[in-house]
Design a protein around this ligand. Structure first.
Ligand code: SF4
Ligand code: SF4
Length: 398
């Protein structure tokens, strides 16, 4: 009887107790600051960029190798808007493999990665595992959007506990640029039209022009900040691209390269660096790296001849006639005669001493083709001698 009343009392007391459960997901318990969902990257609101420098320490220490990072030179450094010389270009974490061990957070020297301690960090269900590959944008989103109001930093916790024990004032928490105050300051800067990042130092010379060009300010402005060496490299790249494109489209590659050079020099002059433009002239006359140096002209002519020969052989035409044609076309593209082009005169003797394949080489090539034709005919059950005769006829040999 006594036990019956005791049971009844327990039932009645629990019946009127406030429930300990909540209507998840409409209602959520507050999570402790130390709780871990998945790692996310923190955003530095002072400099409007991630804290991460792409140093790869976390990547190397991840026990399941679910992280990848790519470092880059930080463009904001030259602009004086950041003190990080290096920044992160790409970052991936595969949440499907992450075991939430917190090691990446512990080894990071830059407070760039924290465990998401909000409910948002838990909501990653997906139908496809590939959707659990998080990139830089996904990983910085929580911090950027202010959804990480209390990014947890173990050392802050430790310092606070020690200060409390010693009866001292609790020190200010670290990770300052990522905290809500920093975000608020950024919002105020933007409202005042000052830009998202604080200005750390004076921009480096030329950096503003290069940045303006990168942002679509125009090629001239970009070129204006470059050294002579870089200008030359750019001109050569432009010429090479024009030449490759012309070859692909069946146009005259040398005319295309000349056009590209003219356009480049015009844009250099428009950018206010005529000195750099003239300085590149001697290079065009034969210095190291000049695309019209004798050796390069010779190499280009040989390539054109080889391609013509191969094409003629494939089409069953006379390879030697095709080579002669290609050579004539090449010389014509240089201005009608070898002497008309810079360095072409030097290239001319080279043609006599071994550019064109020697008789011996041509014979070896013909014999190889004969052998291949014979083997192919045998494999296909055709007459090998007829196949060989066909090759010989193509080469003009009886
Ligand atoms: S929490 Fe652990 S497993 Fe997950 S990314 Fe960091 S180091 Fe790798
Ligand atoms: S998160 Fe930290 S440890 Fe990892 S690459 Fe970025 S800076 Fe280095």
């Amino acid at each position: 009887m006594k036990g019956l009343f005791r049971g009844l009392a327990t039932t009645l007391s629990t019946a009127f107790r406030r429930p300990v459960t909540v209507q998840f997901p409409e209602v959520k318990h507050e999570l402790p600051v130390r709780q871990r969902s998945f790692p996310v990257l923190t955003w530095d609101f002072d400099h409007d960029e991630p804290f991460c420098t792409g140093c790869m320490v976390c990547v190397r220490n991840c026990p399941v190798e679910c992280m990848t990072a790519v470092m880059q030179d930080n463009p904001k450094y030259a602009l004086g808007q950041s003190n990080r010389r290096k920044g992160i270009e790409k970052f991936w974490i595969d949440y499907g493999r992450c075991i939430r061990c917190n090691i990446c957070v512990e080894v990071c020297n830059f407070e760039a990665i924290v465990m998401d301690n909000t409910w948002g960090g838990h909501a990653h269900s997906a139908f496809d595992r590939r959707d659990l590959h998080k990139d830089l944008d996904d990983l910085t989103k929580a911090s950027r959007e202010g959804r990480l109001p209390r990014p947890f930093r173990p050392v802050d916790d430790f310092d606070a506990a020690v200060a409390k024990l010693e009866g001292k004032e609790i020190p200010e928490a670290g990770m300052k640029g990522a905290r809500p105050e920093a975000r608020q300051a950024q919002i105020e800067r933007l409202a005042a039209g000052q830009g998202a990042a604080i200005q750390e130092r004076e921009p480096e010379p030329g950096a503003l022009k290069a940045a303006a060009a990168a942002a679509g300010g125009g090629a001239e402005e970009e070129l204006a900040g470059l050294s002579e060496k870089k200008l030359r490299a750019r001109r050569m790249r432009a010429e090479k691209e024009a030449r490759d494109l012309a070859i692909a489209e069946g146009r005259d590659p040398e005319a295309a390269a000349a056009e590209a050079r003219k356009a480049f020099e015009a844009s250099v002059s428009a950018g206010g660096t005529p000195r750099a433009a003239t300085a590149s002239a001697p290079a065009a006359a034969g210095a190291k790296g000049d695309p019209n140096s004798p050796s390069k002209l010779r190499a280009r002519r040989m390539r054109a001849e080889r391609e013509a020969r191969e094409k003629a052989v494939a089409e069953g035409r006379d390879p030697e006639a095709a080579v002669a044609e290609a050579r004539a076309a090449f010389e014509a593209s240089l201005g009608g005669s070898p002497a008309a082009a810079p360095g072409a005169a030097a290239a001319a003797p080279a043609a006599a001493d071994g550019d064109a394949p020697s008789e011996k080489k041509l014979r070896a090539k013909r014999m190889r083709e004969e052998r291949e034709a014979r083997e192919k005919a045998i494999a296909e059950g055709a007459d090998p001698e007829a196949a060989v005769a066909e090759v010989r006829a193509r080469w003009g040999v009886q």
